[in-house]
Write a protein that binds this ligand. Structure first.
Ligand code: SUG
Length: 451
């Protein structure tokens, strides 16, 4: 570690990049292994509430003094994908045929899934990389069809939001089961507080080349993918740790590690069944100590909160934020409403947690996306932060403008049958066209604007 890198991290801040919920947010049961997605398949969705819940969360985070950024939604529906699947003719014909012959494909091309920015990419701060750059690796998201449509546009968006040579943008890893990658949802970074040195990056995978794997639901992250990312990001071997997620919890609906553990700063909140290796957290502690860290371990036992209730309430999908008030937990309201889950938070408050805020992100939760799913953490030095596209900085003014934009363009309700309505396509594109003005992204951000 050079003195320069040490100075750089001392002035670093963790930015929260939240996926803005797109106008076609709907419930289609597209994610096998994500129990909320399956349970809510076919429900009526409320896109306007969804985007406003996300905006209110961004406001709460910004209100804590944490820098907040907005990731624009991707253009949906992807009629180009339906055409590639053989549906031809004008838009109305493509939609009506797909609705009859391939309703799941229709739902997939409409999904607002890019809102879950934790799956957009894995991001590593410059202090950890031997080349002193911030590295982004876009996730390939090949485990589900609807999410496999995201990487190319995610890559383009991240390049637009983080331009300049402080940032290295790696595209997605090669497609296919071997390098299945779901981004930062399986990645945690701990750093020794006050030292201004590099951190320890923990990559959690569901499937290795050998050994136990889940039997009921897919493991969406492989060890090979995590290793490739660590290599690309030029992380020293003393900076990385690879741990296997317990296959049994994947089979219980923990489709990403951030559904069963969350860490930030020097704190790690984890369920006793999160990891396969029984001594996983001892290893984390030891490795963290070796780089000058003192782990604050918050273990939750099965008797205190069972995995099923953890999945139902999403306690571990809270955001853990370093603020002037100490560590703050942004948890879903479902945690507050559940006695055992809430009791864990009360206990944490006696063990170093500064405060907890309970927020309503119901629309996202019903598709299996809690507060932490909606954000990607991007740690930047002050100098790097100056390079970020200024239009996506969340301010009170932008909040007000985006609220008004949602009132103008978002439907209150969306039923599965509405997806065949060509008017919805026009509405969605009009909304996004207007958004590029609000975020100062120019008139050529979306493919439909360039056509
Ligand atoms: O990939 N749900 C998302 C939820 C992602 C949550 N992210 C994190 N844990 N970080 C998924 O399963 C459901 C879409 C539908 O069924 O309509 C969906 O894609």
């Amino acid at each position: 570690m050079t003195a320069t890198a040490g100075r750089k991290l001392a002035a670093s801040r963790e930015h929260q990049l939240d996926g803005l919920v797109g106008p076609t947010h709907n419930y289609a049961g597209l994610s096998f292994g994500n129990v909320a997605s399956t349970r809510h398949a076919g429900d009526m969705s409320r896109p306007r509430d969804a985007v406003k819940e996300g905006l209110a969360k961004m406001a709460a985070v910004a209100g804590l003094g944490v820098p907040q950024l907005v990731l624009p939604p991707q253009a949906r529906p992807r009629l180009d994908v339906l055409r590639a699947l053989g549906f031809d003719g004008d838009d109305a014909r493509v939609l009506s045929r797909a609705a009859k012959e391939a309703p799941r494909a229709l739902a997939a091309v409409y999904s607002a899934s890019p809102m879950w920015a934790a799956n957009a990419a894995t991001v590593c701060p410059s202090a950890d990389a031997t080349d002193g750059k911030v590295h982004f690796s876009v996730a390939n998201l090949g485990s589900t069809f609807h999410r496999s449509l995201e990487p190319a546009d995610t890559d383009a968006a991240l390049r637009r939001l983080f331009p300049g040579d402080a940032f290295v943008h790696h595209g997605p890893l090669p497609a296919g089961p071997l390098f299945a990658d779901e981004g930062a949802a399986n990645h945690t970074r701990l750093y020794p507080s006050g030292l201004g040195t590099a951190g320890l990056q923990i990559f959690v995978y569901g499937r290795g080349d050998e050994g136990t794997t889940p039997t009921r639901f897919p493991a969406r992250q492989t060890r090979a993918a995590s290793e490739a990312i660590a290599r690309r990001h030029r992380l020293g071997s003393d900076r990385v740790l690879f741990l296997q997620q317990h296959p049994e919890v994947i089979d219980a609906g923990v489709f990403h590690n951030d559904v069963i553990a969350v860490g930030s700063d020097r704190a790690l909140l984890w369920h006793e069944r999160a990891f396969l290796e029984p001594d996983a957290v001892d290893t984390i502690r030891r490795r963290f100590e070796a780089i000058g860290g003192d782990l604050l371990s918050w273990r939750v036992d099965e008797a205190e909160l069972c995995v099923e209730d953890a999945v139902a309430t999403y306690l571990f999908n809270s955001q853990l934020l370093s603020t002037e008030r100490g560590l703050v937990l942004i948890a879903p309201r479902d945690v507050e409403a559940h006695a055992a889950s809430r009791a864990v938070v009360e206990r944490l408050k006696t063990q170093g947690l500064g405060a907890a805020l309970f927020l309503d992100v119901r629309q996202s939760m019903s598709n299996g996306g809690g507060p932490a799913c909606l954000r990607l953490r991007v740690t930047l030095t002050d100098e790097e932060a100056q390079q970020v596209h200024p239009g996506v900085r969340f301010t009170d003014d932008l909040h007000a403008r985006l609220d008004g934009w949602a009132d103008n363009f978002y439907r209150e309700e969306l039923a599965p049958t509405d997806l065949a309505d060509p008017q919805l396509v026009r509405e969605a594109y009009e909304a996004l066209d207007a958004l590029t003005g609000l975020l100062d992204l120019g008139g050529d951000f979306y493919a439909f604007q360039r056509a």
